[in-house]
Design a protein around this ligand. Sequence first.
Ligand SMILES: Cc1cc2nc3c(=O)[nH]c(=O)nc-3n(C[C@H](O)[C@H](O)[C@H](O)COP(=O)(O)OP(=O)(O)OC[C@H]3O[C@@H](n4cnc5c(N)ncnc54)[C@H](O)[C@@H]3O)c2cc1C
Length: 435
Amino acid sequence: MRIIIIGAGVGGCASFLFLRKYLPADNHSIKLIEAHANPLETSTIIGGGLGLAPNGLRTLSLIDEALPRKITSLGFEAPMAEFRTGPRDQFLGLYVMGRKERYGWSNLMVQRATVHECILEEAIKADAGAGDVQFGRKVASVDSTGTDRCMKVTFEDGSTEEADLVIGADGRRSTIRDFVAGKHVDGLNGIGGFVPLSYIEPYVEHTQSPLIMTWGSMGFFGFSPIGSGPATKSAERKAMWWSVYASDTPATPDSPRAPIKQQLQARFRGFEGAIPKIIDALCTGAPGVSDIIVFPRYRLPEFLERWDRPGAVLVGDAGHIALPESGQGVSFAVEDAATFAMLLKRYLEAIPDEAKAAECAGQSYSQIRKPRVEKTIIAATRNANNKRGMGPWQRWIRDWFIWIWCKLARESSGDELFAHKVEEAVDKHLTEKGY
Ligand SMILES: Cc1cc2nc3c(=O)[nH]c(=O)nc-3n(C[C@H](O)[C@H](O)[C@H](O)COP(=O)(O)OP(=O)(O)OC[C@H]3O[C@@H](n4cnc5c(N)ncnc54)[C@H](O)[C@@H]3O)c2cc1C
């Protein structure tokens, strides 16, 4: 079977590695094609920081346990978060984000670039110079040729390739998904960046967790240590920060930065501690303070009916955009990749017709993954709405709600998300189907 994976982000690299692991190399050709240059060969750090949940790290360990161990060594383990409110930094509660003792891996605060580069390095190692991992080739469109259920992939340079199966791992602006659904920005701005760790150290010395999330009346601001830089770049100890607020005119990556800083200063005027220190340092050129990174927060108008169609499957952000509030963007992409690869292996073993086997794998994949992912996205969307501006009464209710939530939430309430085992989900589904 000829498989082409489009997009060498986390989901694409994970798909490449899992398919390589589960499918016999002699019978299948697997290519990974990326629009941009190889980030391991540039000095740019792509993206900001993110939370990587225990389930994502555990799923990565199915490729090779050394991979999540390496990522963990480059990030910052933050099993708990402190929730705070208002300018006086009032403590609301402590929330468990995923402890190593319970799940084998701790919630990790880490640069997206670190995760991406570690997993990309593995993919390039697995390719061993065979030329199946390719950069600088942007896919313009994908279509079924109508013959032998063959797919035609057309690149922006006019070249084409044929495949029996295309895996769309091409992110939130997915070309493959555009055949199925539209996309829009949901009106919230997400921005973030990095500062030297020393900016937050004095303020987290006596807190119960150095991962702090503060709800203001006009937006949300979080910060946390994040470990050293990406594997191939600087090793300076850093902190990440991020802020989410409502805006009718969301900033774009090209927006001038000074007005964004002014808006932040206005939204968090009168706040004490690390928040004003971080905001005041932005756009000053101070050493170790990164540019403001802008992430317009795409949200699909509605959930896609399915993530598969004959000849094509969507993994990661291409199929579903998990808001950062879920802390699951990377983890879900990795779980998607593992689930589909396991299913394809099992169906190929059971069904002699490869195209039929791939179609069945795609259908089972949508059936297994969609309920889990969509439930989490719905919860994260509710959470995101708490970050919009609100009046004093709404704020009071929100703070009480968070306080009670922190008091009452049992650690086991995270099990459904963090203790998930993709191989068990696949086994259960196939047993129910009689395979
Ligand atoms: C630049 C960038 C920065 C990010 N920063 C953060 C962050 O700071 N915090 C956070 O929580 N999440 C961030 N994310 C999102 C997070 O990485 C994803 O949610 C998660 O990794 C799942 O990713 P994915 O592999 O599905 O998609 P992505 O990580 O978006 O990867 C998609 C890949 O497909 C490639 N691609 C897209 N279109 C084509 C095409 N037509 N042809 C070939 N290749 C194509 C892209 O160049 C990219 O490498 C970022 C994503 C990107 C791309």
